[in-house]
Write a protein that binds this ligand. Structure first.
Ligand code: CP
Ligand code: NVA
Length: 334
């Protein structure tokens, strides 16, 4: 039996704060149930005749394919629209594009630069819009991360999640909210020049208060990760920030997630997990830098038994499916 909150019908997800804490956790549970349904071999028709537009200004492996498969698995269809394919941003405004696509599709997933673009799509399309990553937030990613933690540890409340790296990027911002909404303590280990917007931290602390969860911002990675159950990192240079590469390498080298840092949690052999939204620079010469080898995470951590990065990647599909079902299927159950 699948269950979801009927009040999610028709709703967009532009940032995690669009959801109540309970709604967010119910989506994680629905994703777990949908994963079991797929594992049982069911390819049903929950999303029959639903059509989604996938607008991408930035490149993607996980989000794009998860968004396509999630709807096709349950009988619907997806149209991938890169900004080379449509007029958005060149010959046509976001507002007009929203009004056209809203007449044709049942939902729109957007990946791109400005948070204001996804907000305009939601304001004018008349259909649910999902944020598949902007410069500010990555809410569909964090739903998958919470799902992965819940699957492994059987709970979220009371756990300690430490993010290590570029502390003010889209993933760090959103993980902070995902944790405190779920009652997990959040520590952001980052250099002083990369701390998140104080207004966001203040907002997250308010959310944390009602759930008994704290938010700490620290510059010492070893001290910050002490007692952590989840160590999370992301690339040091996000899409669109390539010009910052040299500066970020020198700033963030002391924040590399390696075995020494994992040991500093004091939880080796206990409840400990490594997560990374991927793609990760862990083992090779990258296209972005002439350096070879690991950047934000070493290969031994990435490949360790406590690394759940590929469960996390798979869970992108199940959580996006949960968003589709709850927003595009009326009734709250099946
Ligand atoms: N984690 C994530 O969003 O991956 P993609 O950039 O491949 O979509
Ligand atoms: N912070 C990264 C996340 C990639 C999934 C970026 O924006 O490039």
């Amino acid at each position: 039996m699948l269950r979801w909150k009927p009040e999610l019908y028709g709703r967009s997800l532009l940032r995690l704060s669009d959801l109540s804490d309970e709604e967010m956790l119910s989506l994680v549970q629905l994703a777990i149930d949908l994963k079991a349904r797929r594992r049982a071999g069911v390819r049903g028709d929950l999303l029959r005749r639903r059509q989604v537009a996938l607008i991408f200004e930035k490149s993607s492996t996980r989000t794009r394919n998860s968004a396509s498969i999630a709807i096709r698995d349950e009988g619907g269809g997806a149209e991938y629209l890169s900004t080379n394919d449509i007029h958005l941003g060149s010959k046509e405004s976001v507002k007009d594009t929203a009004r056209v696509l809203g007449r044709l599709f049942d939902g729109i997933l957007f990946r791109g630069f400005k948070q204001s673009t996804v907000e305009t799509l939601a304001a004018y399309s008349g259909v649910p819009v999902w944020n598949g990553l902007t410069d500010d937030f990555h809410p569909t990613q964090i739903l998958a991360d919470l799902m992965t933690i819940q699957e492994s540890f059987g709970r979220l409340k009371g756990l300690k999640v430490a993010y290590v790296g570029d502390g003010r990027n889209n993933v760090a911002n959103t993980l902070m909210f995902g944790c405190v909404k779920a009652g997990a303590h959040f520590v952001n280990c980052t250099p002083d020049v990369l701390v998140p917007d104080p207004a966001l931290v203040q907002e997250a602390r308010e959310v944390g208060k009602r759930n008994g969860a704290s938010v700490e911002i620290v510059s010492d990675p070893k001290g910050g990760v002490a007692g952590a159950n989840v160590i999370y990192t992301d690339v040091w240079v996000s899409m669109g920030e390539e010009a910052q590469m040299e500066q970020r390498l020198s700033l963030l080298r002391p924040y590399q997630v390696n075995m020494e840092l994992m040991r500093a949690t004091g939880n080796m052999g206990g409840e400990l997990m490594f997560l990374h939204c991927l793609p990760a620079f862990h083992d090779r010469e990258t296209a972005m830098t002439a350096e070879s080898g690991a950047l934000e995470v070493t290969d031994d951590v990435f490949e360790a038994p406590f690394s759940k990065v590929f469960d996390e990647a798979e869970n992108r599909m199940h959580t996006i499916k949960a968003l589709y079902v709850s927003a595009m299927v009326d009734g709250g159950g099946f």
